[in-house]
Design a protein around this ligand. Sequence first.
Ligand code: NZQ
Ligand code: ZN
Length: 383
Amino acid sequence: MQNFEFYNPVKIVFGKEQIKQLETLVPQRKKVMMLYGGGSIKSNGVYDQVVAALGGREVIEFSGIGANPQYDKMMEAIELAKKEDVEFLLAVGGGSVIDATKFVAASVHFEKDPWTILSERQRPSKVLPFGVVLTLPATGSEMNCFSVISKGDEKLGFGGDPRLFSKFSILDPEVTYSLNERQLGNGVVDAFVHVVEQYLTKPSNAPLQDRFAEGILQTLIEEGPKVIHVNEHYESRANVMWCATMALNGLIGSGIPHDWSTHMIGHELTGLFGIDHARTLAAVLPSVLRVQKENKREKLLQYARRVWNVQTPDADKSIEEAILLTEDFFNSMGLPTRLRVYKVEEKDIESIIKSLRNHIPVNLGENQDIDEAKVEEILRKAL
Ligand code: NZQ
Ligand code: ZN
């Protein structure tokens, strides 16, 4: 196992009717800015619950944050927060709203161009405190200190700063009943791929982390179909929600090598073609596993055996079987596993690689061996 530090101060408040706890969780005398998306919280009753719980506090609102939050929209929020002297932020939404809130929190007191927080990894001197009411289980942003922001067709991440952990995150599985099949499927697959990017690398004598990861993967395989096919099934909603949070809060990835090549390539596909985050992952991951088969051999065999119960004696066949089962699972969640569905063609590969190189000028993968030629091979296989 590698040396590591694990720190996660986020208070999780989980369960039915827990939004009312905002009453005690949000500071009484601070001016609050509530950030949310395009209106789902108004139609599903979450907005009313939040407003009721905030009571007589001084609250201003900022709405209309779209999926893959855009820098220009964030600048409007930052200006408003400055003008109103906001002291506490409350994100009510999915990963996009939470990531946007983290960016606002980091930028309000930042003297330079906020884009440099992303493009040059500049560190703000002060970060506003914030809390979260999660409405979409997927990204894990509610319990990690990372954020992804877009500017035009560029999509960049920042984080790793403990001030970007929320003070609390309220996870009420019932608020997910209003999600459509597409968002539910996206969420299950995003969480699944977060685990795979940490688990499916090379053996590192970390059996506990392996079993945490395998536990989350198997739970998602069992519970994922229920959230899609059984209406308002509380237990499966609760289990998937907790899986998604645990998949990317730092715990399962402590002391082990990570990959993240699927995510890095996926961000380019979202930036350039507007494909949903999880859908890029469903198309790229199987191809990464095939191209990196030799490097990932031991863990792929473990994945086949322990996660998918593949008993085929031939090693290559059992690896391919596990990858095919992974694709079937993504398809069963409603996510295609081919880029051609999104009209991404061979002629686009060059521009994807160019854009990736601009954002990440180093090789990808747990061995830093995914160079341009390998990215090309991965994309070709994913078409
Ligand atoms: O805007 P509204 O009307 O709220 O609709 C949203 C949005 O259209 C809707 N939605 C959310 N909760 C709902 C609901 N609809 C009905 N009922 C509810 N309860 O869902 C749509 C998608 O929401 P979004 O927040 O964009 O989805 P997600 O949570 O998948 O977030 C995706 C973003 O997170 C980033 C992605 O790159 C992408 O920008 N990620 C952030 C990570 C992190 N911070 O650690 C890691 C991830 O790998 C990922 O990169
Ligand atoms: Zn993701």
